[in-house]
Design a protein around this ligand. Structure first.
Ligand code: UDP
Ligand code: MG
Length: 323
């Protein structure tokens, strides 16, 4: 760990094929940090991009001493790329933001003020952006996002705020707690919510991307949702118990029915009901096995204890780079 004093603010953004968005991102974030004054840094993580993202980042790090460019060995995905950036950054306060400018960096001063206690309620540990509107995103994306946040709220005890992404300002204390969590399948907004402390929303309008396209196709969205649910809830695992009870009750009903039928002297035709019961039970069992498999797979991944991300290069930053 370097002995240099910490910058007041670190801005951390993961970048995957963002060559077209980055110049505008750097310009706007740079202007916001200029306005704020004091020492700051911009930590940008190239998550194994296949376009010129790394060249853009390395060049920016060469021109602007505030920029720290981190390159991962390969694509690790949004949440792990972000984790890599968070582990490298050194600021007292950390702004987590996407590189596509869907979330306006210009809100930083307001977030800083809220963290200082501008609402008269004694400061905050986390100031998170809460989306009022989402421009330039498909109805499908908005509908699935809304359904997802409602579902996760029902399944978990942690109060994960709806309509909030990872766009947030956190204190060094919260960040250190976050980095101390060893889990591989990271759902960062949920983990930050789980930490607790005073978490304050700041309502804003989410814009369309400045350039490029969403890196979250449906398959990644499903995986993201599965990670979120399995890391914060064992309700699906318990579902087999509930269904087992229901099935047992139904089975007992059937049993009584057949006994009474036998007593009254008529045997049951029964093929259809038998097939229905077999099919239903077989389907249920496979479903439950699948759910158990999902948790087991994550347990297995976790038990391997591999590093969460692998850094190939770090360029820039004062005193020869962080740490
Ligand atoms: N991202 C990343 N690695 C990935 C996918 C995305 O680092 O494998 C970054 C991306 O460059 C962006 C942020 O994560 O800065 C959010 O991704 P995106 O904007 O595509 O998601 P959306 O806003 O559409 O949900
Ligand atoms: Mg985006």
């Amino acid at each position: 760990m370097s002995s240099a004093p910490r910058p007041a603010v670190s801005v951390v953004a993961p970048c995957y094929n963002e060559q077209d968005a980055l110049p505008e991102f750097l310009r706007r974030v740079g202007a916001v940090l200029d306005g704020l004054g004091g020492a700051s840094e911009i930590v940008l993580v190239d998550d194994g991009s296949r376009d010129r993202t790394w060249d853009v980042l390395a060049e920016a790090a060469g021109c602007d001493p505030r920029v720290v460019a981190v390159r991962l060995m390969r694509n690790h995905g949004h949440q792990l790329a972000l984790t890599a950036g968070l582990s490298v950054c050194r600021g007292e306060r950390i702004l987590i933001i996407d590189a596509d400018l869907q979330d306006p960096p210009e809100l930083l001063p307001e977030m800083m003020a809220l963290m200082d206690g501008a609402d008269g309620k004694g400061g905050a540990d986390v100031v998170y952006g809460q989306r009022r509107q989402r421009e330039g995103e498909s109805l499908f994306k908005r509908a699935t996002a809304a359904a997802f946040y409602r579902l996760i709220a029902r399944l978990t005890d942690v109060q994960i705020p709806p309509d909030a992404g990872d766009f947030r300002l956190v204190t060094r204390r919260v960040l250190d707690l976050l980095l101390a969590m060893p889990e591989r399948h990271r759902f960062i907004r949920g983990m930050v919510a789980w930490i607790g402390g005073r978490q304050v929303p700041l309502v804003y309008d989410r814009h369309a991307r400045v350039a490029g396209e969403s890196k979250y196709p449906i398959a990644k969205m499903v995986r993201f949702a599965a990670d979120a649910i399995t890391s914060f809830s064992v309700v699906p695992l318990m579902a087999s118990m509930t269904i087992g009870w229901i099935m047992a009750a139904l089975g007992f009903g059937f049993f009584l029915y057949s006994i009474v039928g036998w007593w009254n002297g008529h045997t049951l035709p029964g093929w259809t009901s038998l097939m229905a019961a077999v099919g239903l039970l077989g389907g249920m069992q496979f479903l439950m096995l699948g759910i158990i498999g999902a948790y087991l797979g994550r347990l297995y991944d976790q038990s391997k204890g591999r590093p969460l991300f692998m850094i190939r290069d770090i360029v820039g930053g004062q005193d020869g780079g962080p740490k």
